[in-house]
Design a protein around this ligand. Sequence first.
Ligand SMILES: Cc1cc2nc3c(=O)[nH]c(=O)nc-3n(C[C@H](O)[C@H](O)[C@H](O)COP(=O)(O)O)c2cc1C
Length: 215
Amino acid sequence: MNILHVCANPKPVEQSVSKQLAARFFGKLMELNPDVELNNIDLYQDKPPYYSNDLYRRMWNPVFDPAYEPTKAEEAAMNYAQKQIDELKKADVLVLTMPMWNFTVPGVMKAWMDQVLAPGFIFELTEAGPKPLHNITTLVLLVASGGIYKENDARDALTRQVNAAFGFIGISDIRIAWADGQNPLFFSDSAVRREMAFEAAEELAEELAEEAAEG
Ligand SMILES: Cc1cc2nc3c(=O)[nH]c(=O)nc-3n(C[C@H](O)[C@H](O)[C@H](O)COP(=O)(O)O)c2cc1C
C-alpha cells in the first residue's frame, strides 16, 4: 500500500485533534501492516502558491490548443504542482488531515487541490467526461470541528468539497473519521466524541489493512 498523507494544520500534534486522529490512524495501520509506504506532506512546511494565470495557461491551454507551447514563466509556474502531482501519482491511498475552518477545508488545502487536480496530469478530459490518470482507489478524510453536523447538513461544505472534487477525478471510495463537537464550551461531551473519533480512525486503519491483506 502506497499512501500519500497530506496534512493542513499549523498546530503541533499535542494541540491538534485532527493531527491526533492521524496519529491514531497511522499508529494502528503501521502496527497491522508493515508493508505500508508512507509519504507525508505538511502543507504548512511546503505551502502551495495561489493559482496564477501562468499556471492556468500551462495547465489548461494544452486541453484546448494542441499547438500551445509554454513560455519559461508558464513552465516555472508548474514547479510546485508538478512536484506534488508526482507524489500523488505514486499513491493508491490518499489521506487528508485537516480541521474544519469556516465550514470547509483550510485555505492551504484548497490551494493544494487547485494545484494538483490538474487536467492532463491527474485526469484527462474526454467527451465521455473526466478520466482518471492516477491510481488512487481510496481517500481517507481525518477531520476535527468545533461544531456538530448531521449527515448532509447544509452548513458542511467540507465533505461536499472533498466528495465533489475527488469524485470528479474518479475517487468515490471516501472514508471519514470525524472528531466533531470539539468546542468544549458548547459540547460537554467533547472528550467522549474525540475518543469515539480516534476509535473510528483506528477502525478505518483496520479495514484498510484487512483489504490489503486480502489483495
Ligand atoms: C479559523 C477557524 C475557523 C473555524 N471554523 C469552524 C467552523 O466553521 N465550524 C466548526 O465546527 N468549527 C470551526 N472551527 C473550530 C475548529 O474546527 C476546531 O477547533 C477543531 O477542533 C480544530 O481542529 P484541530 O484541533 O485539529 O486544529 C474553526 C476554527 C478556526 C481556527
